[in-house]
Design a protein around this ligand. Structure first.
Ligand code: DGL
Length: 271
């Protein structure tokens, strides 16, 4: 077996990373993917940095042990707390690690016309200052307004009912962003693209929403091309799921979000 035929590993605390996997399945259809949803330990967004480093390192070791050719952290909270640890675990195993945060920061800095950028993210990501540092490192004068949304990923993970209460919660998160007159909003949690229409309506059409999917799929492709590890010899690869929590609810909510079948492809594991 050549390295190019190995799967790409993608992980998140639950269904949010499916927004990244979705773009990968479209942009890189010939690749095989293994997606690990750590839903048995959801949410990540209210864990401490130390707890997140522990979880993310275990998950990364599990994926690396399964023989992936690349590891994608499709979770902002895990990237913010444990990105460096996971990169070094990957480099010890000779496996490149692609993460969120940096790509979204670059897109936001390049498209913002008024220089006022918002970040909507989990408490763990906001507290880490990861976006603040990533945006600052780009060196463009930007005013950054960060809002922590402790309830939003759990609402989405449960399988959205989208009632009036959910709208009120989201309106509350949007208020400081509206007041800051941002023209660009980074959806700093991979769950949030799943409520993009709601956010867009509340913030107005003129605010650009930046998500991780396209940028991550492009980063994966660049890395694979550079390493000569692109899988090109077929039309459609395989995709499978490992779930640390309840498989049935992951499959139900995930199928709706991914808009591709998950049934028969998901297996329960303990990590
Ligand atoms: N989807 C994750 C993120 O990007 C985590 C959400 C959570 O588990 O709280 O941060």
């Amino acid at each position: 077996m050549t390295r190019s035929s190995l799967p790409i590993g993608v992980f998140d605390s639950g269904v949010g990373g499916l927004t990244v996997l979705h773009e990968c399945l479209i942009s890189l259809p010939a690749e095989d993917f293994i997606y690990l949803g750590d839903s048995g330990h959801f949410p990540y967004g209210t864990k401490t940095a130390e707890e997140l480093r522990d979880r993310a390192s275990r998950i990364a070791a599990e994926m690396l042990g399964r023989g992936v050719k690349m590891l994608v952290i499709a979770c902002n909270s895990a990237t913010a707390a444990a990105g460096d640890e996971i990169r070094s675990l990957g480099s010890d195993a000779g496996v490149p690690v692609v993460t969120v945060v940096g790509p979204e920061a670059e897109i936001a800095a390049s498209i913002s016309a008024n220089g006022r950028v918002g970040v909507l993210a989990t408490p763990a990501t906001v507290e880490s200052g990861a976006y603040h540092h990533a945006l600052e490192a780009i060196g463009k004068p930007l005013t950054v307004t960060e809002v922590a949304a402790p309830d939003l990923a759990p609402i989405i993970q449960e399988g959205p009912t989208f009632d009036e209460e959910v709208l009120d919660t989201v309106r509350g998160y949007c208020e400081p962003l509206r007041q800051a007159d941002i023209d660009t909003l980074i959806l700093g949690c991979t769950h949030y693209p799943l409520v993009a229409p709601m956010l867009q309506r509340m913030l107005g059409r003129d605010v650009s929403l930046v998500t991780a999917g396209h940028a991550i799929a492009a980063a994966i492709q660049r890395e694979l091309v550079g390493r000569g590890e692109l899988s090109e010899d077929r039309v459609e690869g395989d995709y499978r799921f490992l779930v640390t929590g309840d498989v049935d609810s992951f499959v139900e909510v995930g199928t709706r979000f991914l808009q591709l079948p998950l049934a028969g492809r998901a297996e329960r594991i303990d990590v």
